[in-house]
Design a binder for this molecule. Structure first.
Ligand SMILES: CC(C)(COP(=O)(O)OP(=O)(O)OC[C@H]1O[C@@H](n2cnc3c(N)ncnc32)[C@H](O)[C@@H]1OP(=O)(O)O)[C@@H](O)C(=O)NCCC(=O)NCCS
Length: 139
């Protein structure tokens, strides 16, 4: 399949291009730049000189790890690239903390994608002993 996962090469233009290819609305360039700069790390799925997928990990690098912006362009889907990006991101998060210390990686699934993440080992919330994720929107 000739796909390589590379860390730290994601540019704002590539991020914007991937979002556009996935049919997502454009974001403010300044905020995209800040989002990349403030991420713990970004991983890009690369074929030759083209980036066909990405994932971003945000958090504090100690206790909080949150997967955001998992994107694979439509032509390259259903070949395992999305799963590979998530697996690599989890592995990379693990390297942030000392051996033996648990790492909890969280994410928000889009509606209907929960099974994809469950197959990769994520637990759907709420679960016994754990409440639902919650969000607060304000303008
Ligand atoms: C979600 C997304 C990242 C998945 O990327 P992907 O590269 O297609 O992911 P995978 O190939 O690893 O897995 C996708 C499906 O293809 C299947 N698959 C993987 N390799 C396959 C192969 N060789 N042949 C057939 N099916 C395959 C997987 O089992 C999985 O099945 P599922 O949808 O029933 O869970 C992609 O669809 C996407 O970018 N969507 C738009 C953005 C989005 O919704 N992001 C997620 C935010 S939560």
């Amino acid at each position: 399949m000739d796909i390589y996962i590379r860390e730290g090469i994601l540019t704002p233009d590539t991020f914007a291009g991937l979002r556009a290819a996935c049919g997502m609305p454009e974001l403010e360039p300044e905020l995209v730049k800040r989002a990349i700069a403030s991420s713990l790390f970004t991983l890009s799925a690369v074929n030759g000189s083209r980036t066909v997928g990405m994932v971003r990990m945000v958090g504090d690098g100690a206790f909080v790890f949150l997967i955001y912006d998992l994107l694979v362009v439509p032509l390259w889907r259903r070949r395992g690239i999305g799963s590979l990006l998530v697996e690599k991101a989890v592995g990379r998060a693990r390297a942030f903390v000392p051996p033996g210390r648990a790492v909890v990686v969280s994410l928000f699934s889009v509606d209907g994608r929960e099974g994809f993440y469950a197959r990769l080992g994520f637990t759907e919330l709420p679960a016994p002993g754990m409440g639902a994720g919650m969000q607060y929107f304000c303008l």
